[in-house]
Design a protein around this ligand. Structure first.
Ligand code: CO8
Length: 258
């Protein structure tokens, strides 16, 4: 597994661990990282000796969103053809339980990645948010759907329309995360839970996950498709170009509404 450029993989007994590893970009999700992450998850998923999976990042960032540099100049057609969001369909097909061990920034596509996992263990320094509005787009990998289901409409509106971020404790209060622990314990806590699940009856674990997701996702598909179309559509707008360029140039954006 050492051929990966943007992630690190290891096995802890029956638990497969994938660490996002683009520290220079706060683990921003570029095409390579998404491809490698999903390849690694699928490889662990099909390994009989592995019973559960953990995804983690660094102390500073789980992931600060999709890679803005990679998207900034893309047209809607290019975004549609690249279909980075389509990679997220692969994580939905992983049958083994997935736990996100989150420290630091967990934003945009990074937050959507964490919400695509089955459980989240957060460190005290974790910060959760959907800041896409600040760069002229909206969440594109499930944020409008999963966040609304998790925290309710009012808070989802505030987070997505006005970039409100949540502390780890707030995320716990709103049922987004399972545990909040000191930063140095976040991976060991996630590994402990994963190891306990990995020791349980594999078929029952698999079917229980499937059944819970069925309850959670019965009407998700339509929402995800709608959100994805709107996300790509925004790449036809000047404001998307302006918002992403302004971020890269470290200045405030000048919105035109077109
Ligand atoms: N993309 C690319 N580079 C990034 C990103 C990003 N999302 N986030 C941080 N970086 C880079 C910075 O450009 C900087 O690089 P450089 O040193 O070369 O200038 C480096 O990481 C460190 O970042 P900062 O200097 O900005 O660090 P700070 O501690 O000052 O700030 C923040 C940390 C607050 C996290 C800040 O970096 C930030 O606001 N980042 C952008 C957050 C954001 O807007 N995320 C949403 C992106 S859009 C998105 O996720 C849409 C998802 C759609 C579907 C998913 C498809 C895969």
């Amino acid at each position: 597994m050492s051929e990966y450029q943007t992630i690190l993989c290891e096995k802890h007994d029956k638990v497969g661990v994938v660490k996002l590893n683009r520290p220079q970009a706060l683990n921003a999700l570029n095409s390579t990282l998404l491809q490698e992450l999903m390849d690694a998850l699928e490889a662990f998923d099909s390994e009989p000796a592995v019973g559960a999976l953990v995804i983690t990042g660094s102390e500073r960032a789980f992931a600060a969103g999709a890679d803005i540099k990679e998207m900034a100049d893309a047209s809607a057609l290019e975004m549609f053809q690249r279909d980075m969001v389509g990679q997220f369909d692969r994580i939905r097909r992983v049958r083994k339980p997935l736990i996100a061990a989150v420290s630091g920034w967990c934003l945009g596509g990074g937050f959507e990645l964490a919400m695509s996992c089955d459980m989240i263990v957060a460190s005290e320094n974790a910060r959760f948010g959907q800041p896409e509005i600040t760069i002229g787009v909206i969440p594109g990998a499930g944020g409008t759907q999963r966040l609304t289901r998790a925290v309710g409409k009012a808070l989802a509106m505030e987070m997505i329309l006005n970039n409100r971020t949540l502390t780890a404790q707030e995320a716990l209060q709103h049922g987004l995360v399972n545990h909040v622990v000191p930063t140095e314990e976040v991976l060991s806590m996630a590994l402990r839970i994963a190891a306990e699940i990995a020791a349980r009856a594999p078929l029952a674990v698999r079917l229980a996950k499937e059944a819970i997701n069925f309850a959670d996702e019965s009407f998700l598909s339509n929402g995800l498709l709608h959100e994805r179309r709107m996300f790509y559509f925004l790449f036809t707008s000047d404001d998307q170009k302006e918002g992403m360029r302004a971020f890269l140039e470290k200045r405030a954006p000048n919105w035109q509404g077109k």
